[in-house]
Design a binder for this molecule. Sequence first.
Ligand code: ZN
Length: 303
Amino acid sequence: MKYAIGIDIGAAKIKGVLAGGAGKILACLEIPTGAKRKRAAILRDILKFIDCLKGEAEVRGLKLEGIGVGVPGTIKAGKLVFGGGTLKQFVGVDFKNLIQKKTGLKTALENDSAVFVSAESYFGAGKNFDRVAGVIWGSGIGGGILDKNNRPRVPARAVEIGHFIVEPDIKNEPKCGCGKRGCAENLASGKNIVRRYYARGGKMKNAGVREIYFSKEKAARKVLDDAYGYLGRAIAVFVDIINPDIIVIGGGVSNLPEPAYQKLREYSRRHLVKMPAKKLKITRSKLGNFSGALGAAMLLLAR
Ligand SMILES: [Zn+2]
């Protein structure tokens, strides 16, 4: 079996796995990103983090094919060229060469939603479907698509679903990291659900999306209902264009209980015509917190 390290760099957490070719996770690790820090400090942590997983492979006597890295944003030739709404301090960083030089291992870089979709397509909730779409619903919002029928095989592609405009005329909202107002991420990502809750007079201290979900407060109900509605609109456009067999949701906010999914399905269907609305399947990630990291490792492992 072939082995590789996979790293998923998110705005809230950095996750990593030591994985084998058949989607087997041998070891996993997670640290907070500390995204408000300067990029040099975060990069130092990422390199230390990789060292730990490398050490784990050495202890087990495994030869590594390399390191796969998933980051939010647009990737061109191993560089992050657009950071979207999160981790903007990494724009321009040549991750591929930097990690390759420091570790001596072959490194591949891809968008975080694309690697998430790839793992879920082959080993998770999308296993029995041909055309799999994924949405990362976390601090930011991202999307990806993989069609397993494509010949020759092509890797999963990122789709900037988070920056689809879902409320063009909205005012009184700060601009998203993409430079616009009224995109799905601006109104429905985890970070922005919390921001909008406090902007509407939310009373809980240090609330996260989960606390907001379980709260009976008016502000909490309103911002979450808005979030389902706005993300639902973005999903409807996504479905209209690519017609996927299933949509798999991952990321920090995806851990909300099933009634949140019922709402999301209901709001997505509202904006779809009859047939795609009828066949719409929206489900939670099956591989859980480490699906992105596993997908990143798969960049180095032939399927
Ligand atoms: Zn945006």
